[in-house]
Design a protein around this ligand. Structure first.
Ligand code: MF3
Ligand code: CO
Length: 256
């Protein structure tokens, strides 16, 4: 069942979204060569608690194994769910930051990939294309459309650029739970579930694109997905609400 959110709930989700964006902005500023991913995790956690929110990922247990940290930091060939550690970020890395909070019972979730120092042209393009695909998907998040309009818009941006779409992970509904129905895939094939989009839906849209093939492996930690061919991957995510006049991005620091 897809839960629809009313104006009061959306007002709460805006607050959760604002906190996620503010924290990610600060963590992004702290991403530089020499910093450890544990330091980024601690920064995210401290900022979140100081804003009266709770980190959403820490202890989250969708499949038996609880996620141990507050932040996901996925470097280079890591696609998603990179676990912070004593690893130091290096010049030329691309770093995906994925973060969620629970604020007064409502969740928000957002991700972005940032370069460290000088990166190659193809890495730069991967980052730009994945971000553009997120916005192409958001643009389709309006009443009258279906889920496939979001999915195919995202997929088309990847395919046009020659990048591959990670199929094992999808976006999701979000609200009083981090993950609600529906799943929001980044590709579409006939036969897949394809609900109509309605006012009051809140969705996390989160394309993950690879420079090489779409295949992945899960590391021995049970969480971290890496590309099977070792090539790089990027990830962008926003929470949005479907309003009467179109999509509203919830995970932004300041509304204009
Ligand atoms: N943005 C990711 C997702 O929605 C991050 C989840 S991390 C987890 O699946 F630890 F919560 F699983
Ligand atoms: Co998400």
């Amino acid at each position: 069942m897809i839960l629809l959110k009313g104006p009061d709930e959306l007002a709460q989700m805006r607050e959760a979204g604002r906190i996620v964006a503010e924290v990610l902005d600060e963590v992004e500023k702290a991403v530089r060569a020499g910093v450890t991913t544990d330091e980024l995790d601690r920064l995210a956690e401290e900022l979140t608690l100081s804003k009266g929110a709770k980190p959403a990922f820490k202890g989250y247990k969708p499949h038996g194994l609880a996620y141990p940290k507050s932040l996901c930091v996925s470097i280079n060939e890591e696609i998603v769910h990179g676990i912070p550690s004593a690893r130091r970020i290096k010049p030329g890395d691309i770093v995906s930051l994925d973060f969620g909070v629970n604020y007064m019972g409502y969740f928000a979730d957002s991700a972005r990939t940032v370069p460290v120092g000088r990166i190659g042209r193809r890495d730069q393009r991967l980052i730009e294309v994945t971000r553009a695909a997120l916005y192409a998907g958001i643009e389709q998040a309006r009443t009258g459309n279906r889920l496939s309009d979001i999915a195919t818009a995202v997929q088309r941006v990847a395919e046009t650029a020659g990048f591959s779409v990670v199929e094992e992970f999808a976006g999701h509904g979000i609200g009083r739970s981090l993950h609600e129905e529906p799943q929001v895939p980044n590709y579409f094939r006939p036969g897949m579930e394809n609900p109509r989009l309605k006012e009051g839906m809140a969705l996390a849209i989160e394309p993950m694109f690879n420079e090489g093939g779409p295949e992945l492996k899960i590391l021995a930690n049970g969480w971290t997905a890496v590309t099977a061919d070792g090539k790089r991957s990027a990830h962008f995510e926003h929470c949005i609400a479907i309003c009467g006049d179109g999509p509203e991005i919830l995970s932004v620091a300041r509304r204009v």
